[in-house]
Design a protein around this ligand. Structure first.
Ligand code: ATP
Ligand code: MG
Ligand code: MG
Ligand code: MG
Length: 438
């Protein structure tokens, strides 16, 4: 991609309305544009990050055996009356009337709809366990939308819903999602810690929130330092096998959000030097809620011995758009964003120091082609700005690798390679540059 033909409206000034680093940097790096309070357009570079995060979430959901579908953003109010949630949900719900005066709402979550969908199509235990998920925009009319995409009103969520014949099955489904979440966040280059949590308006009796530790997080959290460096389950995890040991390992050290924190237990179980009290960003949550929806909505399945009973359910959310902000909170410095390789909008930025020189341009074009042939995304800064401006912009955008190509270096057959995270620079022959990166 040539920057001269790209839409990357970077800002030199720090936007006054942005209170935290990720919001400031997302605006400054030209990733998003605010359209209304808590409602954003995703500009090309921002959308690339969002899509990469989404792709990782999908791969790990599919690996864990979940089935992707797509439910609409608009839902009938009557559906929510059936589950008994319509009146209870309150002002966070955006209620809409169509031209026929039918009451609709912009979905804040999908338990009710997916339960109706399941009820219509699944009648027997033989299809279970089943887990249905989608990646869809949600709307919650938050009291205080803030921090950019971290607390938006319209936001992208992955939500999965499990269906099982009984509680034991549902707990296994919960464990599958728990393990899939550990892998999902680790693949994005961040550590999200599962912590015991309140169930809130989703309901139920078992829940964990996954939190990225950061001072700018909105939740106070308490944990045993031991939970911070537990091993992440591998790609070869057998999701049909027994996942209880992994979940037990991760849930044994004390880790709780402030809502369920038990100060006495914390001090009893965790030695003083291992006590961590900090803040966190909630990037995902898993719930087991039993028959909370299947009972009122009559989502029944026939068991092996006949006889119908309400299915046991759980729901599992990931804040896909919030993750873009959370990853930046976890990875930035004074100069700008420092993207993990897996979610960077481009893997490599080529800084063309002499864009008017045909030879330099040819070398950049060739480098770009070789990198792309290796499956890497490349942004080629071919603009006519000063070198200093280009370096600063590349650092702000935070691409993991920078290749600096100029007339002077090329005369000696070399280019400069810079690793954004460490600042390390290396001068090397043109031909070796690609091999260094891949
Ligand atoms: P919060 O406590 O931050 O309000 P929540 O507990 O209400 O979030 P859930 O119902 O658990 O949210 O939704 C699943 C995930 O969706 C959350 O873990 C979070 O990552 C994301 N999410 C929730 N609300 C927002 C929002 N307003 N903007 C962006 N992402 C959100
Ligand atoms: Mg909320
Ligand atoms: Mg919450
Ligand atoms: Mg939550």
């Amino acid at each position: 991609m040539r920057l001269s033909r790209y839409l990357l409206p970077t800002l030199k000034e720090t936007p006054a309305e942005a209170q935290i680093a990720s919001h400031r940097l997302m605006l400054r790096a030209g990733l998003i544009r605010q359209e209304a309070a808590g409602i954003y357009s995703w500009l090309p570079a921002g959308l690339r990050v969002l899509r990469k995060i989404e792709a990782i979430v999908r791969e790990e959901m599919n690996r864990a055996g979940a089935l992707e579908l797509l439910m609409p953003t608009l839902q009938l109010a009557d559906l929510w009356r059936e589950s008994g949630r319509y009146d209870a949900y309150g002002p966070e719900m955006l209620r809409i009337r169509d031209r026929h005066e039918r009451e609709l709402l912009y979905g804040p979550t999908n338990e009710d709809m997916v339960t109706a969908l399941f009820r219509a199509h699944v009648k027997s235990y033989r299809a279970l366990p089943m887990n249905l998920y989608h990646v869809q925009w949600k709307f919650r009319d938050e009291q205080r939308p803030r921090f950019g995409v971290m607390r938006g009103r319209e936001f992208l969520m992955k939500d999965a819903y499990s269906f099982d014949l009984d509680e034991a099955g549902a707990r296994r489904s919960y464990q599958r999602m728990f393990v899939a979440y550990l892998r999902t966040f680790a693949r994005m280059g961040i550590r999200a810690i599962p912590m015991r949590a309140e169930t809130g308006p989703i309901g139920g009796d078992l829940s964990h929130e996954f939190l990225v530790l950061a001072q700018t997080g909105e939740s106070a959290v308490y944990c045993d330092r031991a939970v911070l460096d537990l091993p992440i389950p591998g790609a070869d995890t057998d999701y049909d096998g027994d996942l209880e040991p992994v979940v037990r390992q991760w849930t044994t050290p004390y880790a709780a959000t402030e809502d369920v924190h038990d100060g006495e237990r914390f001090e009893r179980e965790v030695p003083a030097e291992r006590r961590v009290h900090t803040r966190g960003i909630e990037v995902g949550q898993v719930f087991y809620f039993g028959t909370k929806y299947s009972e009122p909505m009559k989502a029944l399945v026939a068991g092996a011995e006949g006889g119908e009973r309400p299915v046991h359910g759980g729901s599992y959310g990931i804040g896909v758009s919030r993750l873009v902000g959370a990853i930046i909170e976890a990875g930035h410095d004074e100069a700008g964003i420092v993207w993990p390789d897996a979610v960077a909008p481009f893997n490599v930025g080529i800084v063309d120091l002499d864009p008017d020189d045909a030879q330099v341009d040819a070398a950049c074009t060739q480098l770009q082609a070789s990198l792309q042939a290796q499956g890497l995304d490349v942004l080629h800064d071919d603009t006519g700005e000063r070198a200093g401006v280009k370096f600063a912009r590349m650092d702000l955008l935070g691409l993991p690798w920078q290749l600096i190509v100029g007339r002077r270096g090329l005369a000696g057959g070399t280019v400069e390679l810079k690793r954004r995270a460490s600042g390390e620079r290396l001068e090397l022959p043109l031909a070796d540059a690609v091999a260094r990166i891949v």
